[in-house]
Design a protein around this ligand. Structure first.
Ligand SMILES: NC(=O)c1ccc[n+]([C@@H]2O[C@H](COP(=O)([O-])OP(=O)(O)OC[C@H]3O[C@@H](n4cnc5c(N)ncnc54)[C@H](OP(=O)(O)O)[C@@H]3O)[C@@H](O)[C@H]2O)c1
Length: 319
């Protein structure tokens, strides 16, 4: 069976072969139709994540979309599903293969009509954006939201999900002009450039356009997060969910304490399967309503090595 394989931590995945999985207790077999490459897949495969160095070889892929192959009462054969795996975080194989054996509690049935490639592209990135806004960030209707890293899938989803949840002004901050233009098209009120400087004061001046914000969604950390804290209103919240810009951030104490700000962390790994399924279902409902999308590119799984480190639109592997 065709599969992507991590053979050496730190090297890109290669296309190879893996035995067909057999269905274990409490599992279903899924014929995989789409599996995205996300930052977590690369981080785990690098061997530098806080989950440790993975045992190799293994099939990467922390999520995928497909059709149930051998049905149960709750998940009949042919049901379209999204599923999560722990590949790279715990021993075992992930989604980047033709057939995956998945515990039932990691499977979410999809309504008919959802584009499997788009759902795969959004997946856990959109779940994180939604839960960072709501569960962790406590977004209330009318609040002003600043989305950092608005060019990434988390950022694209956060802009659209904040808009449909009734946010007031939405500021989208990204490095590239193209990302800013896209954020405006997706519903942001203002686009701010993060490019050309790591100076916190200068970035804060740019982000301050239009006044203070109530909530920051931060997949970047580094200088952009430190700058974003400076534009929060008193008691405002910043939810950090990633370190795409840097693992550390030059945050000053006076900024945090002078306005009693709340600096919050978020990980999808803390969700219960029910919370994750609820968030994923909301994401798919928004897709079906035409209110949520993300830039993505389908690529045959056999070409995985060439796209493993691709920076740009989300790559979705097609087995
Ligand atoms: N905590 C969780 O549960 C969770 C869940 C999903 C994702 N995440 C994390 O969230 C982050 C974003 O995920 P994603 O799915 O949106 O990834 P993505 O689609 O690959 O986007 C990454 C974004 O980071 C930006 N970026 C990279 N380096 C940067 C820098 N030095 N300065 C400013 N921007 C920079 C890129 O900007 P350009 O577009 O301008 O190049 C891009 O927009 C990742 O760190 C990921 O691990 C966390």
């Amino acid at each position: 069976m065709r599969a992507a394989l991590i053979e050496t931590p730190g090297s890109p995945a290669v296309s190879g072969e893996r035995p067909e999985p057999t269905r274990g207790d409490g599992e279903v077999l899924v014929a995989v139709s789409a599996a995205p490459i996300v930052p977590l897949d690369r981080l785990c495969a690098s061997g530098t994540s806080y989950f440790g160095v993975p045992s190799t070889p293994y099939v990467p892929g922390v999520q995928g979309v497909g059709l149930v192959l051998d049905g149960t009462t709750d998940l009949p054969t042919g049901t379209p599903v999204w599923f999560a795996t722990s590949a790279g975080m715990q021993p075992g194989d992930g989604s980047m293969r033709a057939v995956a054996a998945v515990p039932v509690h990691d499977v979410v049935a999809l309504p008919p009509g959802a584009d499997p490639v788009l759902v795969a592209a959004l997946g856990l990135s959109a779940v994180a954006a939604w839960m960072a806004l709501t569960l962790r960030g406590g977004l209330a209707a009318g609040e002003r939201v600043l989305v950092l890293g608005a060019g990434g899938v988390v950022g694209q989803a956060a802009v659209q999900l904040a808009r449909s949840a009734g946010a007031g002004r939405i500021v989208a901050a990204a490095r590239g002009e193209r990302s800013g233009d896209r954020a405006l098209a997706l519903g942001a009120d203002v686009a701010v450039s993060l490019s050309g400087t790591e100076d916190v004061a200068e970035l804060a001046d740019r982000l301050r356009v239009g006044g203070p914000v109530d909530l920051v969604v931060d997949p970047l950390f580094g200088a952009p997060a430190a700058a974003a804290l400076r534009v929060l209103r008193p008691h405002g919240r910043l939810v950090n969910l990633g370190g795409s810009a840097a693992e550390t951030s030059p945050i000053d104490s006076s900024t945090l304490r002078s306005r009693s700000l709340r600096l919050l962390g978020y990980t999808n790994n803390d969700l219960t399967p029910e919370q994750r399924a609820g968030a994923l279902t909301h994401v798919v409902d928004e897709v079906l309503a035409g209110r949520l999308t993300a830039a993505h590119e389908p690529v045959p799984l056999v070409d995985v090595t060439g796209v493993w480190n691709h920076a740009g639109d989300r790559i979705v592997l097609i087995p």
